[in-house]
Design a protein around this ligand. Structure first.
Ligand code: CAA
Length: 383
């Protein structure tokens, strides 16, 4: 199926994820979307499967899989439900990964086992009402007081914000230094001074919660700082490099499902006395959909392999996210077109795929930010 030969383990992960997706998620995905229902039972089962901390080493309670296995699982889960893919991806990429990479031994032992088993859920608090694409301009502050840091400020667009037990929070310890004054903390969400604000009413991924979070004199032990004071911005960027591959995989999953639904529909639906799949105009759409998805998957898998190997991969994860998310938007638009009027109704899942695809062009860095990253690297590479 692809030039990249999957290992036995990766093939097994793909099969398990595909079967779980089909059996446990697909039947409830539309209902959860309509009711805006956070799929707690499914997340618990993903925890039991070892899918909530896939690349966390076994000694910290994780599954110890490689990054490509994780990426393959996100694609398969997102084929049934992009909301579930997003919840899983945030926990794995944006919470477990920075603790695994930047945490000290005590932090890893304290937080990773419960996050990896699905007993605890994590969220990532970087964005603010006035600092989205430009997180170095954040206004949330962390002031050292004795053995604690006291956090004040507002965060927004926080996926899992209302359900999370643990958060990775970024705050400014010295606003005069911009990015070099940002620090990162592991924060227990039960800490006094954390207020869950408005839940956003969104276009898509409606089974996720997206919350505003406020910190009011929230005291966090200094021992919960990730890395050193001022390391936060680089921790955020490094974490997002990995996270963007997860969002690319989510986009590939959405696009793949839209293609499969379109092909099935086109074979069944008749017009002018024959199945519409016989018309060349429609076949060209199917051909372009399949080609763009395959290219997206290859970029995504390549970025995952580069991360696993320890190569520099910021540009490649940005390329994967950019191309896969724009493909998901393009493919789901065509999928509705192929379904005609039926595609515009909630009787068919393609309208959900279309709504869900849009967020992949926005979160974890907009398409414009991905283009910035790609252009900057490319300008450096070519002399
Ligand atoms: N890895 C490690 N370090 C990095 C890095 C990377 N990928 N990218 C940059 N850095 C370092 C730089 O080397 C530089 O270090 P020095 O100061 O020592 O030289 C430092 O970080 C600052 O870099 P820049 O000058 O490039 O920073 P910038 O302010 O120009 O920003 C940017 C660059 C790429 C635009 C960045 O701000 C960015 O990625 N913005 C988008 C943020 C984003 O993705 N937000 C999504 C939030 S998460 C979310 O969506 C919520 C959710 O729940 C899913």
């Amino acid at each position: 199926m692809s030039i990249i030969n999957l290992t036995e383990e990766q093939t097994m992960v793909r099969k398990i994820a595909h079967e779980f997706s089909d059996k446990e998620i697909k039947p409830v995905a539309s209902e959860n979307d309509k009711k805006h229902k956070f799929p707690k039972d499914i997340i618990d089962k993903l925890g039991e499967l070892g899918f909530m901390g896939m690349v966390v080493p076994e000694e910290y309670g994780g599954s110890g899989f490689d990054y490509l296995s994780y990426i393959i699982a996100v694609e398969e889960i997102s084929q049934a439900c992009a909301s579930t893919g997003a919840i899983m991806s945030v926990n794995n990429s944006l919470v477990c990964d920075p603790i695994k990479t930047f945490g000290d031994e005590g932090q890893k032992k304290t937080y990773l086992p419960a996050l990896a088993s699905g007993e605890n859920l994590g969220c990532f608090m970087l964005s603010e009402p006035e600092a989205g694409s430009d997180p170095a301009s954040m206004n949330t502050t962390a002031v050292k007081r004795g053995k604690n840091y006291v956090l004040n400020g507002a965060k927004c667009w926080i996926t899992n914000g209302a359900e999370a037990d643990v958060a990775i929070v970024f705050a400014s310890t010295d606003s005069t230094k911009r990015n070099k004054g940002v620090s990162a903390y592991i924060v227990d969400m039960r800490t006094t001074g954390i207020i869950v604000g408005k839940l956003e009413d969104k276009l898509g991924i409606k089974a996720t919660s997206t919350a505003q979070i406020y910190f009011e004199d929230c005291s966090v032990p200094a021992s919960n700082m990730l890395g050193e004071e001022g390391d936060g911005f680089k921790i955020a960027m490094h974490t997002l490099d990995g996270g963007r591959i997860g969002i690319a995989a989510q986009a590939v999953g959405i696009a793949q499902s839209a293609l499969e639904e379109s092909v099935r529909y086109a074979k069944e639906r008749k017009a002018f006395g024959r199945s519409i799949s016989n018309f060349q105009g429609l076949q060209f759409m199917i051909a372009d959909m399949a080609t763009k998805i395959e290219a997206s998957r290859l970029l995504t898998w390549q970025a995952a392999i580069m991360k696993e190997r320890g190569s520099k991969y910021s540009k490649n994860s940005a390329m994967a996210k950019l191309y896969a998310s724009e493909t998901a938007m393009w493919v789901t638009t065509k999928a509705i077109q192929i379904h005609g009027g039926y595609g515009y109704t909630t009787d068919y899942p393609v309208e959900r795929y279309f709504r869900d695809a849009k967020i992949t062009e926005i979160y974890e860095g907009t398409s414009e930010i991905q283009r910035n990253v790609i252009a900057r690297e490319t300008l450096k590479e070519i002399q």
